[in-house]
Design a protein around this ligand. Structure first.
Ligand SMILES: CC(C)(COP(=O)(O)OP(=O)(O)OC[C@H]1O[C@@H](n2cnc3c(N)ncnc32)[C@H](O)[C@@H]1OP(=O)(O)O)[C@@H](O)C(=O)NCCC(=O)NCCS
Length: 209
């Protein structure tokens, strides 16, 4: 398995990346920001993405998005093809994209929003911590990306204060004073509970007439 920084030679994988992201969201029944092949191609082109290939076969992907005048970067669109799951590939891709983000944007805070427990676990192990949305970028273009998510009405109702996703942030400056974070493991049960509470609160209210 090769995990490499993507470039124009990987354009042919843009469609399968989009399809795999969309199909996985359908299976999970969760909301997700939609991406077009053109959108993915731009990320492949600017050296801000990592792709995993098994020979010529697409296995996984993740990209960096820059927000708010380079104050924030997000590691987004993490996807592992179903044929390659549960073998530690996402962890390797996450680590590669995290290291690329730190190298290219050393002064930026790295963040993500996710409903996925696997992503929360990996982020936490890399040194991210859960935060309220107010600590994330206020760049309107980032939040516009949520418009294509099926839960966008929740974000609107809460005036962008919260949604089903959990915000997670890595702040390199903060990390310097927190030496013990490396060894910490995420309390998965607590996150699962938080997710259930949010779904009960937001989704049931939505169903009431
Ligand atoms: C989530 C996803 C990227 C995981 O890929 P993967 O290669 O199977 O993950 P890994 O094998 O590297 O596992 C990484 C960690 O996540 C955990 N994990 C993997 N899938 C999980 C799941 N569905 N639920 C909870 N934890 C999960 C693993 O146990 C592992 O944790 P550990 O180190 O404590 O054992 C993959 O299932 C996927 O592409 N899903 C659809 C897209 C998606 O959900 N993307 C995230 C958008 S927010």
């Amino acid at each position: 398995m090769d995990i490499v920084i993507a470039n124009e030679s990987h354009f042919k994988y843009a469609q399968i990346i989009c399809d795999t992201i969309a199909d996985s969201a359908k299976v999970r029944g969760t909301g997700i920001a939609k991406r077009t092949p053109e959108y993915i191609m731009k990320r492949l082109q600017n050296g801000n993405a990592v792709i995993a290939l098994d020979g010529d076969t697409f296995a996984g992907f993740c990209y960096i998005e820059v927000w708010g005048n380079k104050d924030f970067v997000a590691n987004s669109g993490l996807i592992v093809h179903p044929d390659y799951r549960n073998q530690g590939l996402a962890k390797k891709i996450k680590k590669a994209i995290f290291e690329l983000s730190r190298k290219k944007f050393p002064d930026a805070k790295i963040f993500g929003i996710t409903t996925g427990l696997a992503v929360m676990k990996m982020n936490y192990e890399l040194g991210y911590r859960p935060v309220t949305f107010s600590e994330l970028t206020d760049d309107p273009d980032f939040w516009k990306g949520c418009q294509t998510c099926k839960n966008f009405d929740i974000l609107t109702r809460t005036e962008q204060k919260m949604c089903l996703c959990t915000g997670m942030l890595y702040d390199a400056n903060e990390k310097k004073s927190e030496k013990d974070t490396e060894s910490k493991k995420l309390n998965g049960k607590a996150f699962q509970r938080l997710k259930n509470i949010k779904e009960t609160l937001f989704l049931k209210k939505k169903q009431k007439p």
